[in-house]
Design a protein around this ligand. Sequence first.
Ligand SMILES: Nc1ncnc2c1ncn2[C@@H]1O[C@H](COP(=O)(O)OP(=O)(O)OP(=O)(O)O)[C@@H](O)[C@H]1O
Length: 249
Amino acid sequence: MTDTVLQVRNVSKAFGAVQASDGITLDLRPGEIHALIGPNGAGKSTLIAQIAGALRPDAGSVWLSGQDVTALGVAERANLGLARSFQVSAVAMDLTVLQNVVLAACGAQRRVWRFFRAALRDERLIAPARAALARVGLTGEAATIVADLSHGQRRRLELALALVLEPTCFVMDEPLAGLGADGSAEMTALLAGLKAQAPILLVEHDMDAVFALADRISVLVYGKIIATGAPDAIRADSDVRRAYLGDGE
Ligand SMILES: Nc1ncnc2c1ncn2[C@@H]1O[C@H](COP(=O)(O)OP(=O)(O)OP(=O)(O)O)[C@@H](O)[C@H]1O
């Protein structure tokens, strides 16, 4: 359990007769985007929930930076550096973009307003907040009220909220969902640059984006990983083509 950032070992989870995770083992390595793909109902969300700590596996273990976190909850795993983005959206709509990121920089819990007003003048919080906004291309929107952002801008703000906590890894659930062509292209470029800072376990239905972005892809079918490899190897894998991609794609 060494330089791998996130390790999933033999994780299993059943819902009644449905074996949603069936002995899943996977790694997230420094600097990579590792995509998890599979047909509807394959068990992607169930696996992500077990990695994030929202769901306890029946068997197996989850490790973060060499530490067994299987018994820890969502908040404890977040404190250890696991950022789960694009499902838990916690932006305050009536605050500005910068205020939201400063709030995130204050820590996971919301502080009292008296403290927050002081925080808004605290350069130790403002500087990393501005850096996170620059990273996601929202410097020009720092003073904009969140309610006035476009959908794509709000997605990028969500990423800035995660970034300011300096995560060791990202688990992203459909970051491109609901974005138009331009928004998808912007987010794809952003994710490609982000992986050097913290590797990304990516669940995404947009296969063009997955094959363009991922360093490795794992294919999940009926709760089992049937293949893990580089995009070209996955595209050529006959089991994968039969089970999921379909010949001719
Ligand atoms: N809370 C639950 N109770 C009962 N069955 C569940 C529960 N959550 C998931 N399942 C079942 O487990 C299997 C895997 O579901 P899961 O949502 O993890 O798949 P998925 O790959 O994320 O699907 P999608 O791509 O449609 O989001 C499915 O058969 C689903 O019906």
